[in-house]
Design a binder for this molecule. Structure first.
Ligand SMILES: [Zn+2]
Length: 103
């Protein structure tokens, strides 16, 4: 197993999350922001993007998420709450239209 603290490949730059000039990872995030992002991904259930969740057995991921929320906060820390693309767009999906017959 690879050591995530291994400095291999890391370099110093401005963090994309907090604008601090420090050592960043390949996502241009400092250690702190990378941890935030990791937790955000778990909150969003983007398991495959989170290194922590990815290494976690699938059956225990919900447990992991509950733990993250319990130990930190439930809301997203780094990812800006974007308009969820999962939600149906307004004006579409009007399938529940009542059929009224005029006589
Ligand atoms: Zn940062």
């Amino acid at each position: 197993m690879e050591n995530p603290l291994d400095t291999h490949g890391s370099y110093e730059a401005e963090c994309a999350g907090c604008d601090v000039f420090t050592r960043v990872d390949d996502l241009m995030l400092c250690e702190e922001c990378a941890a935030k992002l990791d937790r955000d991904l778990i909150r969003e259930r983007d398991w495959e993007y989170s290194a922590t969740a990815w290494a976690c057995p699938e059956a225990r991921r919900e447990e992991l998420r509950a733990q993250v929320i319990r130990e930190h906060v439930a809301k997203l820390e780094l990812i800006a709450p974007s308009p969820a693309p999962k939600k149906p767009k307004k004006g579409r999906g009007r399938r529940k239209r009542k059929r009224r017959r005029k006589r």
